[in-house]
Design a protein around this ligand. Structure first.
Ligand SMILES: [Zn+2]
Ligand SMILES: [Zn+2]
Length: 325
């Protein structure tokens, strides 16, 4: 155990869409490597250098850790921390075993881990380490102003978190696009004002129609699908922003001519401990609640069943939580 480490007894972890890429082999990973990069738990032990945590503290763990002392961390660019330690991604990103485990070693705890407020449950706090932070940073990067229109592509867990976060900035319309009606319905409950099933409708042109030909000031791409990226180029208003938070292991085509002609900005980005703490405060004060995303819960001993349900979208699955047996 290093001086900056804490050991956390996990009380809940989630299965993420990017974990599926390892299971299918689309993204290579060493055999038997523990995956998972979003979870909450209770501190069991702390290293000699840890200042902010003690045994018994409830904590939310992010998808990666930040050393807090490298030049990039000191400059506020924690996403490019030179330690480059990401949970559950294998040797390529720091060889740090993931969070779908009973106990987890968390390096650099003081600069990476968030305290969960007493009134916030594990289920409420679970998503701040990955999907909720990602949805939130997608919205922040979209620079939504009150009264703007926003389109969100992908009603998976990250896209649905983006819907809930977009509402915090009072857009006039939140137009949500997906291929699954049950996910679009979940989006309506979180604040989407319009939904489009892209199986039946050309989403880009439909969004232009809804917005009177203008398009949306911001589109948030949370699907990773090439067709959705193309729709973003179609439906984003001139001078608008495409905020890309979708994860795809593949290369996709991008019509750069449209980017130039429409004076578009394409942005992406990672989150940090700062956003996690902000989101936990919003949850504590009842301004955000993403617990409706949790459709399934399985014990660690049945985690493979959880993966199957999530991957195949069985039983209207949105998010699977894994808990101790
Ligand atoms: Zn993830
Ligand atoms: Zn660093």
């Amino acid at each position: 155990m290093e001086p900056g480490d804490i050991i956390v007894r996990m009380t809940a972890a989630s299965i993420c869409g990017s974990d599926i890429h390892f299971i299918t082999g689309e993204v290579p990973l060493e055999p038997d490597f523990i995956i998972g990069h979003e979870g909450v738990g209770v501190v069991e032990a702390v290293g000699t250098g840890v200042k902010s945590f003690k045994p018994g503290d409830r904590v939310a763990i992010p998808y990666m850790v930040w050393c807090g002392t490298c030049p990039e961390c000191k400059a506020g660019r924690t996403y490019s921390c030179t330690a480059d330690l990401q949970f559950g991604v294998g040797k390529a990103r720091g060889d740090l075993p993931g969070l779908q485990a009973e106990y987890v070693r968390v390096p650099f705890a003081d600069s990476s881990v968030a305290h969960i407020p007493d009134s916030v449950s594990d289920r409420e706090a679970l998503f701040v380490g990955d999907i909720l932070s990602t949805g939130y940073i997608g919205v922040i990067n979209g620079n939504i102003q009150p009264g703007d229109d926003v389109a969100i592509f992908g009603a998976g867990p990250v896209g649905l978190c983006a819907v809930a976060c977009a509402r915090l900035f009072s857009p006039s319309r939140i137009i949500l696009v997906d291929l699954e009606d049950y996910r679009l319905e979940a989006g309506k409950r979180l604040g989407a004002t319009h939904t489009i099933n892209a199986r039946h409708t050309r989403a880009g042109s439909e969004i232009r129609r809804i917005t009177g030909g203008v398009g949306v000031q911001a589109s948030i791409e949370a699907s990773g699908a090439e067709a959705a990226v193309d729709d973003c180029l179609t439906c984003t208003a001139k001078g608008g922003i495409i905020s890309a938070i979708g994860m795809t292991p593949f290369s996709i085509r991008l019509a750069m001519g449209k980017v130039f002609y429409k004076n578009l900005t394409i942005v992406s980005g990672y989150t940090s401990l700062h956003e996690m703490n902000r989101l936990l405060k919003l949850i504590e004060h009842k301004q955000l609640d993403l617990t409706s995303l949790i459709t399934h819960e399985v014990p660690f001993s049945r985690i493979l069943e959880g993966y199957r349900i999530f991957r195949d979208r069985l039983d209207n699955c949105i998010k699977v939580v894994v808990v101790p047996d």
